[in-house]
Design a protein around this ligand. Structure first.
Ligand code: EPU
Length: 300
């Protein structure tokens, strides 16, 4: 029996857990092993037992496509204990599982401004730090003071500043084994009404420009330097392009929407097809922002 199977016996790890409900695309097969952990110690216990396996830490699944065959390793989810929020003079701290929109609303209630943009990013604080999430001219790097990062396989814990994380547009230097468990962000004292007006404007703009209410995972590609992936894809007439149940949104060309019949492979193939067309026609190789987990046909 391997160490993970011992943890299955102890109830900390489960086998063959469906993941579709845990991503915004609502697609994909089961995790071979799945653990929801309550604290950093449990996270390390699972990671160390999984020495022979790939591990993927799942946030809110808002940027993720899980393979139709499922994930052959271990999916770890930070549980509700990682959803705390705490205010200090000039800063807010949050557990990595806290959703960014919920953090934005908590800040507004406490008259803490500067993080309104988080209302427009439906991911977790941990995922937001990892990919330096942003919108409306702001990004996490602008506000982050430090993040608590656990190297889950070795058990090393560090408090890292934006410079340590080499934060750039939608990127950091965090490896898959480094898990953000909490983040502290600077806030400005401002009237609740002013903060809420700004949040309302962001929500209004998103409703007008992005295909909310559909199955999607936000922007599929990062923007290439000096241009916009959505504009490029649109300019090639690719809105509405379809592979099976996945299609390029007619509202915003950098959003790919899944319908009831879509498979994860459909999304993968659509991303590859659009990437190829854009490269052929413009010479630009778009880099996906969307993450694929598990096996896909045609992977490089
Ligand atoms: N555009 C088109 N056709 C389209 C879509 C866009 O011509 O189908 C044009 C727009 O008219 C505009 C330009 O492209 O002139 C840029 O579009 P938009 O303002 O929608 O911004 P974006 O660059 O596509 C970025 C972020 C979004 C974020 C918005 C708002 C990236 C990859 N995307 O989108 O982030 O919400 O700005 O700040 O940086 C995400 O990362 O998941 C995400 C949704």
């Amino acid at each position: 029996m391997n160490l993970l199977d011992h943890l299955v016996g102890a109830g900390l790890v489960q086998r063959n857990v469906r993941l579709d409900a845990q991503t915004t695309y609502k697609l994909g097969g089961p995790a071979r092993y799945y653990a929801e952990v309550d604290d950093e110690e449990q996270l390390m216990t699972v990671a160390q037992a999984a020495a022979e396996h790939d591990i993927l830490v799942l946030g809110r699944g808002s940027n993720l496509v899980i393979s139709d065959q499922g994930y052959p390793g271990v999916i770890v989810k930070l549980g509700a204990e990682f959803s705390w929020v705490e205010f200090t003079e000039g800063e807010v701290g949050a557990g990595a599982a806290r959703s960014m929109p919920s953090l934005a609303r908590s800040c507004a209630r406490q008259e803490r401004g500067g993080l309104e943009f988080l209302v427009g990013i439906p991911g977790s604080v941990g995922g937001g730090v990892r990919m330096n999430a942003g919108c409306h001219g702001s990004e996490i790097a602008d506000r982050l003071t430090w993040a608590r990062v656990v190297e889950m396989r070795s058990g090393e814990v560090a408090e890292l500043k934006p410079d340590d994380l080499a934060m750039s547009y939608r990127d950091t230097n965090l490896s898959p084994d480094q898990v953000v468990t909490a983040a502290w962000l600077r806030t400005d004292r401002e009237p609740r009404r002013v903060i809420e007006d700004r949040m309302r404007e962001i929500v209004r703009w998103r409703r007008a420009h992005q295909p909310g209410g559909t199955l999607n995972a936000g922007s599929v590609f990062k923007n290439p330097p000096g241009d916009s992936a959505g504009r490029l894809i649109d300019s090639l007439g690719l809105k509405g392009l379809r592979v099976g149940g996945a299609s390029v949104s007619r509202k915003h060309a950098n959003f790919f929407v899944a319908d009831r019949h879509a498979t994860a492979q459909n999304v993968f193939d659509l991303v590859a097809a659009v990437r190829e067309r854009v490269a052929e026609e413009t010479g630009i190789r778009l880099e996906p922002e969307l993450q694929f987990a598990g096996p896909f046909r045609g992977e490089e």
